[in-house]
Write a protein that binds this ligand. Structure first.
Ligand code: CP3
Length: 343
C-alpha cells in the first residue's frame, strides 16, 4: 500500500488537506521552462527529447513541491503517431494534416506502429519514475477521442468544433471510424505509459462541452468507458481521472457511466454545485479559475478557500479549472499552495 496522497484521494479517502497539482504546471509562465524550451529549439522537439521533457516535468515539482507531476507531452502526439503531420504555428497553436474521408482513415498507420513515434515519450516516463521524489505521483495522459478527432478533422483548434460536428452529422461512418481508430490507439498508448511507470492516467476531453444530448453519450461517455475498461482490465486498480471539460450537467454520473475514479471539473460550474452533484459519487478534481494565477491578491485567497471548503467533506484533489496561462505570476502559485495547505 502506498501513502501517496493523490492515490489515497483517488481511492475515495477524504483527507484533511487536499493534494494539489496544476494543469499545465510545466509551462511558459516559468522562466526555467522557457529556458529549457529554448534549449530544445521548439515545442515538439521538447516533447520528443526525453531528458529535456523530464527536466521540464520536474521543474514545478522542485519549485513548488506539488503532490503530482504530469508527464510533459501533448495530446496531439498520438494522432501524429497515426500518420498526419503535426506542427505548431508560433503564437497561434497546433496545425495538423486533416483526416476527413474514409480513404484517409484507411491510410492511417496501424495501431501497432504508434510506438515507433511515441517511444521517446515512454522513455520520459521511465526517467520520471526513477527521478521523482517518493511522495510525488506520476500522471500520464492522453486526449479523449472526441477532442483528438476535432483536431484531426479541422486540422487546428476551433472555438465551436464546427468541422467535427459537420462530419459527425453528414458522414457518420467516417466520423465513427476516426473515433474508433483513436480509441483503439489510445488504449495502447496509455497502456505503454503505465508499463513505463505512470501511476495515474488522465483523459482530457477539452471539447466535451460542445457535445449535447445523445452525442455526449455516444462520443464523450462511450469512448471514455471503452478506454477505461480496457485499461483497467490490463492494469487492475489503475486510477483514472476523466476531464469532460464544460460538460455542465454531463458531469453528473460521469464517473459511474465511464468507470473513472475521479472527475476533473472546470470552473464554469461552482464548487458548491460540483460538491453536491458530482462529489457525491467519489473523488473530484478542481476547480479554481486559472485567471487567479494572473490576478492574485485577496480574490485568489478567497476563491482558493472557497474551493477547499466546498469539497472538504469528500475526496478532492485541488487543481485549476483549466491550464495555467503564460501570463500567470509564479508568486501567485506559491500563494495558492500556501492557502490550500493552511486552510
Ligand atoms: O499539463 C501539463 O503541464 C502537461 C503537458 C500538457 C501540454 N498540453 C503541454 C503543452 C498537456 C496535458 C497538454 C494537453 C493538451 N494539449 C490539451 C488538453 C488540455 C487542455 O488544455 O484543454 C490540448 C487541447 C492540447 C493541444 C495544444 N497544445 C494546444 C491547443 C496548444 C497551444 C495552446 C497553447 O497553450 O499554446 C498546445 C501547446 C502546448 N502544450 C504548450 C504546452 C506547455 C505550449 C507550448 C509552448 O511551449 O509554446
Amino acid at each position: 500500500m502506498t501513502d501517496k496522497t493523490i492515490l489515497r484521494a483517488l481511492r475515495g479517502e477524504t483527507l484533511p488537506t487536499p493534494p494539489i497539482w496544476m494543469m499545465r504546471q510545466a509551462g511558459r509562465y516559468l522562466p526555467e521552462y522557457r529556458a529549457t524550451r529554448a534549449q530544445a529549439g521548439d515545442f515538439l522537439s521538447l516533447c520528443y527529447t526525453p531528458d529535456l521533457a523530464a527536466e521540464v516535468t520536474l521543474q514545478p515539482i522542485r519549485r513548488y513541491g506539488f503532490d503530482a507531476a504530469i508527464l510533459f507531452a501533448d495530446i496531439l502526439l498520438l494522432p501524429q503517431a497515426l500518420g498526419p503531420k503535426l506542427w505548431f504555428e508560433t503564437g497561434e497553436g497546433p496545425r495538423m494534416e486533416t483526416t476527413t474521408t474514409m480513404d484517409q482513415v484507411k491510410a492511417l498507420k496501424p495501431t501497432s506502429e504508434i510506438h515507433e513515434t511515441l517511444s521517446p515519450i515512454y522513455e520520459t516516463v521511465r526517467i520520471l519514475a526513477r527521478d521523482l521524489p517518493r511522495e510525488t505521483t506520476l500522471i500520464g495522459f492522453a486526449g479523449s477521442p472526441w477532442t483528438i478527432a476535432t483536431y484531426m478533422i479541422a486540422g487546428r483548434g476551433s472555438k465551436d468544433q464546427a468541422a467535427a460536428h459537420r462530419l459527425k452529422d453528414t458522414d457518420r461512418a467516417t466520423f465513427q471510424a476516426i473515433i474508433d481508430r483513436v480509441t483503439e490507439a489510445t488504449v495502447e498508448y496509455l497502456s505503454a505509459q503505465v508499463q513505463a511507470g505512470a501511476e495515474v492516467i488522465k483523459l482530457f476531453d477539452s471539447w466535451a462541452g460542445s457535445l449535447k444530448g445523445q452525442d455526449f453519450q455516444d462520443f464523450a461517455v462511450k469512448p471514455a468507458a471503452e478506454i477505461i475498461s480496457a485499461l483497467k482490465a490490463r492494469h487492475p486498480g489503475l486510477p483514472i481521472i476523466a476531464f469532460p471539460r464544460e460538460a455542465g450537467d454531463g458531469y453528473i454520473g460521469f464517473a459511474r457511466a465511464t468507470g473513472a475514479d475521479c472527475v476533473a471539473i472546470d470552473n464554469s460550474v461552482t464548487p458548491e454545485w460540483a460538491a453536491a452533484n458530482v462529489q457525491k459519487d467519489g473523488c473530484v478534481q478542481g476547480n479554481l479559475a486559472p485567471e487567479h494565477m494572473v490576478t492574485g491578491g485577496e480574490a485568489l485567497v478567497r476563491e482558493t478557500l472557497r474551493v477547499v471548503n466546498a469539497f472538504r467533506k469528500g475526496p478532492h484533489i485541488f487543481n485549476l479549472g483549466h491550464g495555467i496561462t503564460p501570463e500567470a505570476d509564479p508568486e501567485n502559485v506559491t500563494l495558492m499552495i500556501e492557502t490550500v495547505r493552511n486552510a
